[in-house]
Write a protein of this length. Sequence first.
Length: 465
Amino acid sequence: MTADGTKGFDLASLLAERGGERYDLHARHLNHQLPRMLRTIGFDKVYERAEGAYFWDSDGQDYLDMLAGFGVMGVGRHHPVVRKALHDVLDASLADLTRFDCPPLPGLLAEKLLSYAPHLDRVFFGNSGTEAVETALKFARYATGKPRVLYCSHAFHGLTAGSLSVNGEDGFRDGFAPLLPDTAVPLGDLERLERELGRGDVAALVIEPIQGKGVQPAPPGYLRAAQELLHRHKALLIADEVQTGIGRTGDFFAYQHEHGVEPDLVCVAKALSGGYVPVGATLGKDWIFKKVYSSMDRVLVHSASFGSNAQAMAAGLAVLAVMEDERIVANARDTGELLRSRLAALVGKYELLHEVRGRGLMIGIEFGKPKSLGLRSRWAMLQAARKGLFAQMVVAPLLQRHRILTQVSGDHLEVIKLIPPLIIGEREVDRFVTAFEAVMDDAHDGGALLWDFGRTLVRQAVGGR
């Protein structure tokens, strides 16, 4: 029964009745390791609502979001402009996904996206970042007539079969072979890139301008030089901007940080959705699209059932309007520089803190081996059990004591990645830096709670699975 006593589906009543079962439902019916992992690291929170860069729990306590749903919430959670656009498109009762018409919203969103990359001409809309990468891989192979795609060591481009083939992390690839015939090259190694291109079978290099794993920027000049090598060998440059794009790094696309770089294909997703309706897009040059869609017989040779749906297109258009109206890209650049510089100033203060790097609001905080004997022994204990445990020791109290959500930047990495909503400002920077200093003070002073948590993680790492 609904709240008014009539029959029908009532979402509010369902959540009120069964929302408390959330962790048990996941344990029984979904990925059973997720609730187990969250409970182990103390992340088994119950968030009741969210807005902008904050969550609130049932006690009304706020939590600062420095993760943004892995970068999805670029304009913050429940932005009123994006909400209104979705209400408007639902109220319009459009004849959506007929499959045999040309609705206006996809064309309008494509036009707007391409205005930020004027050297590109056409867009394919899918549903996710990994699908955007899959599209780029297919288009590059078909357009060049070559089978092999190069990718960088430690890259992450998605987890479906094609994008997994260009994933630089063995932990994701193990057990899923055989994959596509692709080859890893070290990030920044132009000599190795040229050697692989010399074999004559390379369709493209796919690269994140800043790698999400570890927050590793491409070396200065590398993208431009790689582009020149690729084009000399009739191969393409694919920029994976799924996480770095839509303003994240203080430019609309991260490749724009380096003068003269004009990728042949660009993949975007995440923040384009406004956090509501999944959307992915592959931007490309006219000749590539015309090769793939070379005749009316090939009009559906690459398509997506839910691609270009009205809700996703409306969300994307609203997000881009917000980006311009609220100067989001400039805010990401200015606030990111403030946050990065304040954190970088702490490197000399804490011997466990080794480097702060990144651009805009994509920042990596790397920890390393300390010099003092007491800290060295504790560090060695964690490293012997599993690399990456110290970073998790910092992430946990940031959430549990200071109500700030962050993440470790990858498996076996002592790096915390900050990718907050692009709308944060000086208040959020102050809150994060103050909390981070408190946690680091505790670590360097031998705080029992922090290192006890570290020993718990060690037991978990060496214990049963």
